[in-house]
Design a protein around this ligand. Structure first.
Ligand SMILES: Nc1ncnc2c1ncn2[C@@H]1O[C@H](COP(=O)(O)OP(=O)(O)OP(=O)(O)O)[C@@H](O)[C@H]1O
Length: 850
């Protein structure tokens, strides 16, 4: 396909070449060095297609390692070629800033030095007399250039672990410390809470370029960034180029558990964070900070940071503070139980309460319920009655509404916030007196983090969790797990787009397969059966861009879910692709001078010529505008997309020597359509299947693990639960509270498997779909509803998964909750039937329907 495009484009292009073009070629030969590549090289008949030199063919070009050369190997080469040596083209990495040497050397056996006096002096300068547990060891490791992970409970002084080394490094040489933080509010807190002598700025994507440049001009020791700003997600990289930054002493990753646990489909940029920091900024030393990590999570994060287990410091949040009193009850009517509990002696007089719910609409309903039932029992705060009893808070509210609710709660004007998990991260109110869970939390980590928002002042605080005895909560939470799983067919569609076969294969004698220009891989036994032993795949990778919107619609997957899969492929040992910064890939070129202007442009600008040539409708001589994918076009020409974009942009201006400022040419060039941007090789169908299998297995494993963990969480709470909330209304049972605390502690130390394995295995064998109805009882009704839905929505091409999602009330980009949720005949109707069963039935019915 590409070959055909290229040949067609090339023919058209040659036919459009004119004397002007010859002049243009000469000019570009001169500019070649400045712009890097393009047509700057001589292309005599016997010259190398890549470097223009004589005496060798492109395949033996000594400059094959050069980036500009790579695109040309891709396709459409009309020159005859010799077999290619097995060594692949190497990407010339951008120059990294020089590394910052550690402040202190290591001892002969690699041990960290004794803490020197200047460290203690700096501690005193910061206003502290002694180190808290874990601080000194972590600080000394960072000052010795060793990556470290610190796991300490909230409020134990993790920030000092980056603040003190940042200051000492900056005092010795001109360098900077990067702090990556997940929330803007957390960054602001960090900046305002810095000790004397340390200056920091935040750089985030909400800032204009000018603001970013302004803050960068001030001399600072610490730069705070969001992970998206580092990785360049959403098309806006805020990270200044390495050349414009001072060398990085070390990178601190706050809330480092995000690297492991939350990254899947939540913030995929966390998956790539360390890689980007290493590759783009040459970071060698990492400091991870977290308050929420089991031993297993800590080990996993450690792997991302490249640190051994012995470099993990602190306690693993094993201890739930003694001032928290915990209880759990099994209640059929959770609403009634909640109201009774709030009216009981234990909670009646508490002035600041957070109630966590699993669904947004539930927060609104429960807030209304509390308002109605508790309006006659106002509780004063600081001698004043609160203005409001209860308000809802969730991510679906406007930012100003969320701010209003949070501020009212912080100032004591609101007694109860009924919220989803969106509330609380970075919440800085020490006197929250109670945290209630109106349903099973998503994980034990979430539970511990959420109850940890109560009683930070050390005074007694109460936490209660309502469970539904039949595991109805499990259904709700399982929905979130199924929301992000993907069919094999969808994966195949994705993989086919990412790695379309290309023409870069060469017949050679070596039994090696090289993919993506990332290195040479020995062909495995499977590959040998499919790819002849003497075939060398010499595809250096093609630059590609896929519209985010289009991908989301075609695959019916959220953008984050697609991005996560792309990250998996990049991080695979075989580096299947290399992600590049997102790009606006569709070029809209409009000539206000009409068709003659466009034709004239085509004669002097090869990108426009090829763009015209590649479009059938270009035959239409009357056109004055052109839309094309600039990355695709650049790849077909063997150019870098950045160069083509620059060339196109320049068409808008003309500079006449001696005539002052540049003038507009009447050409408008706009770039639209935010796109995933990457370099990926062309692969055979067999290799594509291999990738599909890898992704599918990974997704399946994740789904299985998430389901097992959910089930284990339910069982853990069930074990310490009272049969109803009655015994928890007047006072807390300290024995059960301690039992639950011990359970949580064991979980953080030993992980899910060690804690629940035997009982879990036994019970799951007996009752696989706990909390779900038997399929047989509902099968005929489900089938009839599926057929009904298919008949009234004949225009839709439903997949089995899409139908199962509708019956479980899971929205997706093509079947959004806002539209499908309105039809109560189907939406969430079979939440009580297991998702895999619904999926099977729906697929069967769709096939029968067709
Ligand atoms: N060595 C120390 N001696 C005394 N106080 C300290 C010491 N280190 C930190 N602190 C104080 O402990 C408090 C909490 O510190 P910090 O905010 O760094 O905690 P944290 O662990 O980062 O908490 P969070 O998880 O909420 O971000 C601060 O008021 C800080 O001044």
């Amino acid at each position: 396909m590409f070959q055909r495009y290229w040949q067609y484009g090339r023919l058209r292009f040659i036919s459009l070449m004119s004397p002007h073009l010859q002049i243009w070629k000469k000019k570009w030969q001169m500019k070649g060095e400045q712009f890097g590549g393009g047509w700057s090289r001589g292309r005599g008949k016997e010259s190398c297609f890549r470097c223009g030199g004589a005496g060798h063919w492109a395949s033996q070009c000594p400059g094959r390692g050069n980036r500009e050369c790579q695109g040309r190997t891709a396709q459409g080469q009309s020159q005859p070629e010799e077999p290619v040596p097995p060594k692949g083209p190497e990407c010339k990495a951008p120059e990294l800033p020089s590394a910052v040497e550690p402040l202190y050397g290591l001892g002969p056996s690699g041990q960290v030095a004794e803490t020197p006096l200047e460290v203690f002096e700096t501690l005193t300068r910061f206003g502290y007399h002694t180190f808290r547990p874990g601080q000194e060891a972590a600080i000394m490791r960072i000052l010795s250039g060793l990556s470290t992970l610190v796991v300490l409970p909230t409020g134990m002084g993790k920030s000092l672990c980056y603040q003190l080394p940042a200051l000492l490094y900056a005092q010795r040489s001109c360098c900077i410390t990067l702090v990556v933080s997940p929330l803007l509010s957390l960054m602001d807190d960090q900046v305002s809470g810095l000790p004397p002598g340390l200056k920091a700025v935040c750089v985030h994507s909400n800032m204009t370029r000018k603001q970013r440049e302004t803050v960068m001009t001030g001399k600072v020791q610490v730069l705070l960034l969001s992970p998206e700003a580092v990785v360049g997600a959403g098309g806006f990289s805020c990270l200044p180029p390495a050349a414009r930054l001072p060398p990085v002493a070390f990178a601190c990753i706050d809330e480092a558990h995000c690297l492991s646990q939350w990254s899947h489909n939540f913030r995929p940029c966390y998956l790539r964070l360390c890689k980007v920091l290493r590759e783009r900024l040459g970071v060698r030393c990492f400091l991870g900070l977290t308050a929420t990590a089991t031993c297993a999570t800590a080990r996993d994060v450690g792997e991302h940071l490249g640190i051994p287990e012995e470099a993990i410091f602190g306690t693993h949040l094993a201890a739930i503070p003694p001032n928290l009193h915990l209880s759990v009850s099994l209640d059929r009517d959770k609403d009634q139980a909640l109201v009774s509990l709030l009216q009981g002696e234990r909670f009646r007089d508490l002035s600041s309460i957070i109630v966590y719910c699993n669904r947004r609409d539930e927060t609104v309903r429960v807030a209304a319920l509390i308002r109605t039932c508790l309006q006659d029992f106002p509780v004063p705060f600081a001698g004043r009655l609160p203005e409001a009893v209860a308000e809802a808070y969730h991510a679906g509210l406007s930012a100003s509404e969320r701010r209003r609710v949070q501020r009212a709660f912080m100032q004591g004007r609101l007694r109860v916030v009924v919220a989803t998990v969106a509330f609380g991260m970075g919440l800085d109110r020490p006197d929250v007196r109670a945290v209630l869970h109106h349903g099973l939390p998503g994980s034990i980590e979430s539970y511990v983090q959420e109850i940890g928002r109560a009683g930070r002042d050390g005074l007694p605080a109460h936490c209660h969790l309502f469970l539904q005895p039949q595991g109805e909560d499990l259904r709700e939470l399982r929905r979130h797990i199924y929301a992000d799983t993907v069919d094999y067919l969808t994966l195949k569609k994705l993989v086919q787009r990412l790695f379309p076969p290309c023409t870069c294969s060469k017949q050679l004698q070596q039994p090696q397969v090289m993919v993506g220009g990332e290195g040479v891989q020995e062909a495995g036994p499977q590959e040998e059966s499919e790819v002849p032993a003497n075939v060398l795949r010499i595809c250096p990778g093609h630059e590609r861009a896929f519209s985010v919107q289009q991908m989301v619609e075609t695959l019916d997957m959220r953008e984050e879910a697609i991005e996560t899969l792309l990250c998996y492929l990049e991080l695979h040992p075989r580096s299947w692709l290399k992600l590049l910064a997102p790009i606006f890939a569709i070029c809209h070129l409009k000539c206000y001078g009409g068709p003659p202007q466009l034709q004239a442009l085509a004669k002097r600008c090869p990108a426009v010529a090829v763009g015209l040539a590649q479009q059938q409708s270009a035959k239409d001589k009357g056109r004055s505008s052109l839309d094309f994918n600039v990355v695709e076009l650049a790849d077909s020409m063997g150019w870098e997309a950045a160069l083509v974009r620059r060339t196109l942009n320049q068409l808008q201006w003309e500079v006449t020597p001696g005539k002052g400022a540049p003038r507009r040419t009447g050409v408008l060039v706009e770039f639209r359509d935010l796109s995933f941007h990457m370099r990926s090789p062309g692969l055979t169908a067999f290799e594509q299947d291999e990738i599909c299998d890898f992704l599918h297995q990974r997704i399946q494993a994740r789904e299985k693990e998430a389901l097992a963990q959910l089930r284990a969480t339910f069982q853990a709470f069930q074990r310490v639960a009272f049969p109803n909330c009655g015994p928890c209304m007047e006072h807390v049972d300290e024995e059960r509270s301690d039992q639950l605390k011990a359970l949580l502690t064991r979980y953080f130390e030993e992980g899910t498997a060690a804690l629940f394995e035997d009982q879990f295995r036994e019970e799951s064998e007996q009752n696989h779909d706990f909390g779900q109805a038997r399929l047989q009882d509902w099968e005929s009704s489900i089938c009839s509803d599926i057929r009904h839905l298919l008949s009234i929505r004949q225009e839709e091409k439903f997949s089995g998964r899409a139908l199962a999602r509708i019956f479980h009330g899971i929205g997706s980009p093509c079947y959004p909750a806002e539209v499908y949720g309105k039809d109560r005949r189907f939406w969430r109707k079979y939440l009580h039937v297991s998702f895999p069963s619904l999926l099977r039935l729906a697929t069967r019915e769709i096939l029968a329907w067709k």
